[in-house]
Design a protein around this ligand. Structure first.
Ligand code: 5SP
Ligand code: FE2
Length: 217
């Protein structure tokens, strides 16, 4: 079953509680939280304080996407704030295996993200250690960008490795996912679709989520 993870990056931050409640009622399965530091990506967004503030208002897992340099220094604070899944970028961690262990030691599910220009091979060694692979389908930093279709082959490759190695991590895709691109991803093995603008730019969030899911059937 495909899961939709609405990205609150495209929500109205002045009424974030209502925006989260809306997608929870609309059938979302994760709340995707985009953390950007102005260094790893050219934008600054959310810190642990916001994660802590939204944790009590939703029953959904908080899927925290760390687009930050030096993720090891911030893993404990995001874990304490209530992250359910902490995803770090392969490109931002020199000792990725150690970073993954830090996440797990904090009692949180571990994810690893790769940018469109990063080969899937760069994370193959750590696949047995993680709960989620996040394949970026845009260059990270902003919502509302266009889907980069070369990432679809990468999804297929990671899905093939998952089967060959008998692993059960989830494959999540992020960036430009909408009613035109969702099926390309689910056909390629994606389980979790992050959708920011395709959900939050529509008035009826439940309908937006359902329309994306309908295209994948
Ligand atoms: O991580 C990111 C962007 O860096 C994403 O999670 C975006 O927030 C997705 O937004 P859309 O492309 O769906 O509008
Ligand atoms: Fe994201």
């Amino acid at each position: 079953m495909t899961k939709i993870a609405p990205s609150i990056l495209s929500a109205d931050f002045a009424k974030l509680g209502q925006e989260i409640e809306d997608v929870e009622k609309g059938g979302a399965e994760y709340i995707h939280v985009d953390v950007m530091d102005g260094h790893f990506v050219p934008n600054i967004t959310i810190g642990p304080l916001i994660v802590e503030a939204i944790k009590p208002i939703t029953d959904l897992p908080l899927d925290v996407h760390l687009m930050i340099e030096d993720p090891d220094s911030y893993i404990p604070s995001f874990a304490e704030a209530g992250a359910s899944i902490l995803t770090v970028h392969q490109e931002a961690s020199v000792h990725l295996h150690r970073t993954i262990q830090l996440i797990k030691d904090a009692g949180v599910k571990a994810g690893v993200a790769i940018n469109p220009a990063t080969p899937a091979e760069f994370i193959k060694e750590v696949l047995p250690d993680i709960d989620l692979v996040l394949i970026m389908t845009v260059n990270p930093g902003f919502g509302g960008q266009s889907f980069i279709s070369s990432s679809v082959e990468k999804m297929k490759k990671v899905d093939r490795w998952r089967k060959e190695l008998g692993l059960n991590f989830e494959i999540e895709v992020d960036g430009g996912v909408n009613t035109s691109t969702a099926k390309l991803c689910t056909d390629a093995g994606a389980d979790v679709l992050v959708a920011g603008s395709a959900v939050y730019n529509k008035e009826d969030r439940k309908q937006a989520i359902q329309e994306i899911l309908d295209t994948t059937k």
